[in-house]
Design a protein around this ligand. Structure first.
Ligand code: KG4
Ligand code: ZN
Length: 353
């Protein structure tokens, strides 16, 4: 089976062609970074218009690179939420139009499910597994028990982790997007120079909180004359301190989650980390250490499949098609769409792995 996937839920216009045998025939991502940079963040209206301007040509290029025409496809999939709704509409309408014109099955994919299953595109991994999903809009721990079967174990009570990285970067005067900039700055920094809080550390639940850490960075930055007057060493030290605090929090939460997952599922992990922030090498190292201590494997998709892409959307669609699941052409895009709600949608298909 071969599926065309489309992703337009944030600031990347993406199209990919993937096969059921896990071959990524094409995987194109057009970043809108330059269009949003002057505003220091993603502007929804600019994003939607840019998706509209570029998506048709990108789909054509994705097919061309795959060496296929529309007639070779077994389905067309688009991210149908959660995300910036203007952009989501562009992707969904495009996918529906292709499906209608070519008489192909249409699949409305939950963006988070794309991230959650992306590891199965690159690794031979069975259910269940423990998932730490850390992206620009999300920070959650989930038990992934099957396709469409996600149990939320905990999540952030305020900011998403990628959002915290982006805000911290701005306070330090680092370029947008903040995550990669903080990681780079932190490489030469001393993580012990600034004393920053570790919210939720040791708490008897699996939740996260990052707003207190962000506030602490704001106070330190202001006292140091940032973002205007930063010398690179000071910025590096603060970035390293921030990253170390995040690392301690993730390690603590995942240690606890692995223990709980072991009790309920009778196996130690594996722990999968996905989403844009999973591209961070320092955090991956910290999580690998936690997994190893628990006797579990840490798996993370390659960096290009961590940040937003359409291959993961095509893959989630292939997993669903394999179970006989498709969506009607009147499926309405959803700006909010918690993963747990997928259970009802898949139940009728008896969606066991
Ligand atoms: O998954 P993603 O591409 O989009 C969403 O679905 O949100 O994640 C984007 C987020 C941004 O906040 C970005 O700063 C962060 O992932 N990010 C990173 C790194 N690369 C991207 N955060 C920390 N370290 C990185 N290397
Ligand atoms: Zn994402």
């Amino acid at each position: 089976m071969i599926v065309l996937g489309i992703e337009t839920s944030c600031d990347e216009t993406a199209a990919a062609v993937v096969t059921g045998e896990r071959a990524i025939l094409s995987n194109l991502v057009l970043s809108q970074l330059d269009e949003h940079r002057p505003f220091g963040g993603v502007v929804p209206e600019i994003a939607a218009r840019s998706h509209l301007d570029h998506l048709d040509a990108l789909v054509a290029r994705a097919l061309k690179e795959a060496g296929l025409g529309f007639d070779a496809l077994d389905g067309v999939a688009a991210t149908a939420g959660p995300g910036l709704i203007g952009g989501v509409f562009v992707g969904v309408m495009t996918a529906k139009a292709i499906a209608l014109a070519r008489d192909l099955p249409f699949l409305a994919i939950n963006h988070l499910e794309g991230h959650a299953l992306s590891v199965r595109l690159t690794d031979d991994l069975d259910f269940p597994y423990l998932l730490l999903l850390i992206s620009g809009g999300h920070c959650q721990l989930l038990a992934v028990e099957g396709i469409g079967r996600y149990r939320r174990l905990g999540g952030t009570i305020d900011d998403a982790l990628g959002e915290a990285f982006d805000k911290a970067a701005k306070l330090m005067g680092l370029a947008y997007p903040g995550g990669p900039a903080v990681e780079r700055a932190a490489e030469a920094g001393d993580p012990a120079r600034f004393d920053l809080p570790r919210p939720m550390l040791g708490r008897d639940n699996l939740d996260f909180s990052f707003s207190g850490l962000k506030t602490a960075v704001r106070h330190k930055a202001r006292a140091l004359g940032l973002p205007e007057a930063g010398d690179p060493q000071t910025v590096g030290d603060l970035a390293a301190g921030f990253q170390a605090a995040v690392g301690d929090v993730l390690a603590d939460r995942c240690r606890r989650a692995l223990a709980r997952f072991g009790e309920s599922h009778g196996r130690a992990g594996p722990l999968v980390v996905a989403g844009g922030v999973a591209a961070n090498r320092y955090l991956r190292t910290r999580l690998a250490a936690v997994a190893e201590q628990a006797g579990a494997l840490l798996l993370a998709p390659p960096q290009a499949l961590c940040t937003d892409n359409a291959a993961m959307i095509a893959w989630a669609a292939l997993e669903r098609l394999g179970l006989g699941l498709t969506d009607p052409l009147d499926f309405a895009p959803r700006p909010r769409w918690p993963l747990e709600e997928l259970a009802a949608q898949t139940a009728h298909a008896g969606a066991m792995p």
